[in-house]
Design a protein around this ligand. Sequence first.
Ligand code: SF4
Length: 106
Amino acid sequence: MRVWIDQDLCTGDGLCVDHCHDVFTLLEDGIAYVVEDGEAQNDPGGSGSLAAVAPKHVESVIKAAEVCPGECIFIEIDAPVDADIDYDVDVRMAGRIDVRDDEAAA
Ligand code: SF4
């Protein structure tokens, strides 16, 4: 599973950091960014700043996306790899989860 933030929509309230400070961080500009291997992915603007999510953080990242007031946390699920992830979320969140299945498409 991977995650990214659309910084243009972020309100900077920090709820995501409260839910999972290993994956989300607020930088000096007051906006949230995703973190991978301890490094903020601070090249905002789209899926180029994706961060891989460790299995132990999957649940809290999905929860953060559900409560994000800016509705700006986006999740990518790799269907074969992430088959055991329960991403059955409310309809408000559904548009921000992209399920990919490259094996099935091949
Ligand atoms: S919860 Fe959403 S709006 Fe709030 S700081 Fe995190 S990404 Fe930004």
